[in-house]
Design a protein around this ligand. Sequence first.
Ligand code: PMT
Length: 394
Amino acid sequence: MWEKQHFLIGVTGGIAAYKTVDLISRLKKKGADVTVIMTRNAKEFVSPLTFQTISQNRVYTELFEEDWDVRHISLAKKGNVLAVVPATANFINKAAHGLADDLLSTVFLAFKGKKILVPSMNVNMFDNPITCKSLNMLKKLGCYIIEPEEGFLACGDVGKGRLPETETIIEEFEYVISKKDLMGKKILVTAGPTIEPIDPVRYITNRSSGKMGYAVARAARNRGADVILISGPTHIPPPCRVKLIRVETAQQMFERVVEHFHEVDIVIKAAAVCDFKPKSTRGDKIKKTDVDFKLVLVQNKDILYELGRMKQKQILVGFAAETRELFKNARQKLVKKNLDMVIANDVSRADTGFASDYNKINIIYNTGEIEGLEKNTKENLANLILDRVVEHYC
Ligand code: PMT
């Protein structure tokens, strides 16, 4: 996806310009082509040479130069996304009124692809009704605005105006450039482990990190779906534009999944739900002197099995985590839980599965057909799973 993108990155004169260097470095690592256009004021903060070195492309700063070739028009035709990072109040207010008095503002006016603005400025400048009105005008005209974050600002004030973290900007860019073939669909994704308390300090759980489920939720969100992510405890930052519901136990996950089931079109259950829980949970910490203590386990409800019984229009996709007889066990789950698709992964492998950034999956369809996919990143596999859902069931 990133390899096909040519980003024009406009840099205006704000202190956050130094963070744009990291952003461009990340875009390059993802395979995107990047051309930087700087305003004169931006050069006060970061040297064009820095952007040239990082982007591995010529940096443009002037409208009129010796090799002038109607530059604003040729540059405007070059990229498919134009993102201004950081976008100062001056640039935003100029752009909203169609003013074009330097290279970046003329390219902005002539550009016909996707436009993104990432405002960063003092909180009072951001809250100023003029800036608010300009941002609203630009939004109505189809510009995509990535909201600044609240926090400590370079000028010493505290408030809204900080450039978001690079990771957040990349996630928003990914949303903007993705195809929108799931627009209008509502998808429920579960992710992560559940934890089943023994006493106030101990619990049983499993090795799920949530990476697979979060990758599916992000990919579905990028492709235009309305996503509800029901997640057990993980260390993954909440994805933007996703309704995140945090749970701990299998019972809590069951209740929240059932609550939302009637409103969704597709369910993808990547969570590793604990099959067992302690028969009772102690209110106080169990002492090691309590030598007679025995941990008695009982079965949790099988959430997916219940969904299979309740299902009407919904497409149900389960995962099967197996350490042996992968296909036989996964097929049995597909039939027993009334699934449309099951993603079988062998979790005995050290290089894929639990907690890894990679997975190796086989997709088993309700027709009996099996499709083996190469080992790949969980991000790429999430998209491939959604491709198959769209192709076979939507
Ligand atoms: O989170 P990561 O570290 O990225 O790891 C990803 C993963 C290995 C957890 C993921 O790829 C995966 O395989 N998830 C399913 C794990 C699992 O619980 O598999 P299972 O074979 O025990 O369950 C089969 C299906 O029934 C799953 O969709 C599961 O969500 C569901 N289930 C299981 C038990 C239960 N009580 N309720 C359920 O709904």
